[in-house]
Design a protein around this ligand. Sequence first.
Ligand SMILES: NC(=O)c1ccc[n+]([C@@H]2O[C@H](COP(=O)([O-])OP(=O)(O)OC[C@H]3O[C@@H](n4cnc5c(N)ncnc54)[C@H](OP(=O)(O)O)[C@@H]3O)[C@@H](O)[C@H]2O)c1
Length: 250
Amino acid sequence: MAELNGKAVMITGASRGIGAAAARAFAAAGAQVALLARSGPEIADIAGEIGQNAIAVPCNVARFTDMDAAVRACLQAFGRLDVLVNNAGVIQPIEGLAEADPDAWSTAIDVNLKGVFNGMRAAMPVMAEAGGGSILTVSSGAAHNPLEGWSAYCASKAGAAMLTRSCDLEGRAQGIRAMGLSPGTVATEMQREIKASGVNPVSGLDWSDHIPPEWPAKALVWMCGPEADAWRGQEISLRDPGVRAELGLA
Ligand SMILES: NC(=O)c1ccc[n+]([C@@H]2O[C@H](COP(=O)([O-])OP(=O)(O)OC[C@H]3O[C@@H](n4cnc5c(N)ncnc54)[C@H](OP(=O)(O)O)[C@@H]3O)[C@@H](O)[C@H]2O)c1
């Protein structure tokens, strides 16, 4: 497992779901964690529960100035930034291409694609200066396959997957480890929104088909260690039985 004692980890979208589970998992592995999301009270509660090794930084990933300020806050609190988890994401708008609201479509790109760029752009110089770090981005099967009503989600996740490859290409020589994690379907608020939409086969899945958020959280911690180095520049699928076996997930 990754050696995370004393390391500093910044997690976007940490107010609930996969991001909140990741914050708890990284803290349990000995890391100091900075929790980012727009919902200040929620991240403050989780940071308070974790204790003195956690800070809450209200942040809209769609704004570069917010992400840059969050990196500064992490450096001020912990003196370092070793891992960035680009996890924040939105599924809306769930609408056909021909009817989609252009502003809502644009917002999804701002969060899911530009938010990942903003994180990489803010963290890469700091990590390069320090000799390296890990930039993990939560991807999706939707990055590689279109689904009805999800054009904004699929297009933004496809762009984010390319950002992981770009980050590896440009950052590897500075010790930056860039990887994506495609978790499969996870029992979070996002799946509740998908179920409520009734659009495309994912909404028809049973709740018991989804994995718990603790599984991708465990995978993200593992991805910081040398065992995951073979995936640099690529995506790890949590549907892969070999990966599940390595992580001890049934
Ligand atoms: N659940 C699944 O089945 C599934 C499958 C594949 C991939 N994923 C990906 O996993 C990631 C986490 O999703 P989840 O399932 O945990 O969903 P979730 O429960 O809906 O959580 C989404 C998180 O993103 C944050 N967020 C949204 N917009 C933001 C913004 N502009 N700035 C900062 N934070 C923002 C939310 O916090 P605030 O609202 O407080 O800002 C929340 O913490 C996403 O990237 C998603 O695409 C999920």
